[in-house]
Design a protein around this ligand. Structure first.
Ligand code: SF4
Ligand code: MG
Length: 335
């Protein structure tokens, strides 16, 4: 299958007062046309940085980017700011966790939808307005003609999220990047927004990168899954493969620390011990080793040798395929 976005050996480093932060450290993935890639990980795993880099929204002065990002045949790492700006309008768009980072409080929602559209497509004011009203309607904003003239503060949180999705869809992007798009919303509105995104994907055929720390959300949303830890991918596969038979101890940790709504509500969650590593001074070998319950089965190799991630269905861990399967079936799955 043809990949619409191809990222190869991406490295993103920030220079800070305390030293170099390796925010993304050798990441490769593909997104196919019309498909959704879920990227899962704790905060600080590099998932947001990766996507800001794809969009060219990182700060070029303090950030070094190496590797390849190819979007529809166009190399983005070496693209100029002007080229990236053009692509951000026409080919890719972002949906943020907090709509207020995308929507200005000073302008009406309608103006914020139509002005970038006019700029990118050369449409007239009238055409842009009618497109904006059409998009507001598509995302389920009632009375879109009236709401066009409202300011963001006149919208509820869920409606602002819808307005931001409408804004992202104005130019019919081929790639939509959604970063924790529903985290700030209550569960009911969250479900509505996720359904909306799926419907819109059917209609528009956009590829989506869906970033979340919540494995519970991803099952219904994504086709493929990438699990990130400490700026690297530690597991990759289809959603069915990764959620059905996960192979990496970190993915096991995410699964067993996930609240289950259908289970006994008093069930104790098992958080992953410890905290995500500092990317200023990441652990040697396998970056998960200080938190991993299975390191003892392998020994010093985990501390000394960085496990690599093969192509396709894969997990970056020194356990053998047989050990991974046995541990999952005997101890993780029954929980
Ligand atoms: Fe754990 Fe070792 Fe696998 Fe890393 S390589 S996840 S430390 S068993
Ligand atoms: Mg984030």
């Amino acid at each position: 299958p043809e990949s619409f976005l191809s990222v190869r050996d991406l490295k993103v480093q920030f220079s800070t007062e305390d030293g170099i932060v390796k925010a993304v450290d050798g990441l490769s993935f593909d997104v196919e046309r019309g498909k959704t890639l879920g990227i899962v990980g704790e905060s600080g795993s590099g998932k947001s940085v990766t996507n800001l880099t794809v969009l060219g929204l990182h700060n070029p002065r303090s950030t070094t980017v190496e590797g390849e990002i190819v979007l529809d045949g166009k190399e983005l790492v070496t693209a100029t700011e002007k080229e990236l700006e053009q692509l951000r309008g026409n080919k890719m768009a972002m949906i943020f966790q907090d709509p207020l980072t995308a929507l200005s409080p000073y302008y009406t929602v309608g103006r914020q939808l139509s002005e970038p559209y006019m700029k990118h497509t050369g449409a007239s004011k009238k055409e842009a307005k009618s497109r904006a009203i059409q998009m507001l309607e598509k995302v389920g904003i009632p009375q879109p003609k009236v709401r066009f003239d409202d300011y963001p503060h006149q919208f509820s949180g869920g409606m602002r999220q819808r307005a931001m999705i409408a804004m992202a869809l104005m130019c019919d992007p081929d790639l939509l990047i959604a970063d924790e798009p529903t985290t700030a919303l209550d569960v009911t509105v969250q479900a509505q927004i996720l359904d909306l995104l799926k419907d819109l994907q059917q209609e528009f055929g956009s590829a989506i990168i869906f970033i979340t720390h919540d494995l519970g959300v991803i099952g219904n949303m994504a086709d493929d899954l990438l699990v990130m830890y400490a700026g690297r991918a530690v597991e990759r596969g289809t959603v069915r493969e990764v959620l059905g038979a996960p192979r990496h101890p970190y993915t096991w940790g995410l699964l067993t620390s996930m609240p289950r709504l259908d289970g006994d509500i008093h069930e104790m969650l098992t958080p992953i011990p410890g905290s995500p590593p500092s990317l200023l001074n990441p652990p040697s070998g396998c970056p998960f080793h200080p938190r991993c319950a299975y390191q003892e089965q392998i020994g010093s190799r985990c501390v000394n040798e960085r496990p690599s991630l093969a192509e396709g269905r894969a997990s970056a861990c020194h356990l053998t395929a047989e050990q991974k399967q046995t541990i999952f079936i005997d101890t993780i799955k029954p929980r």
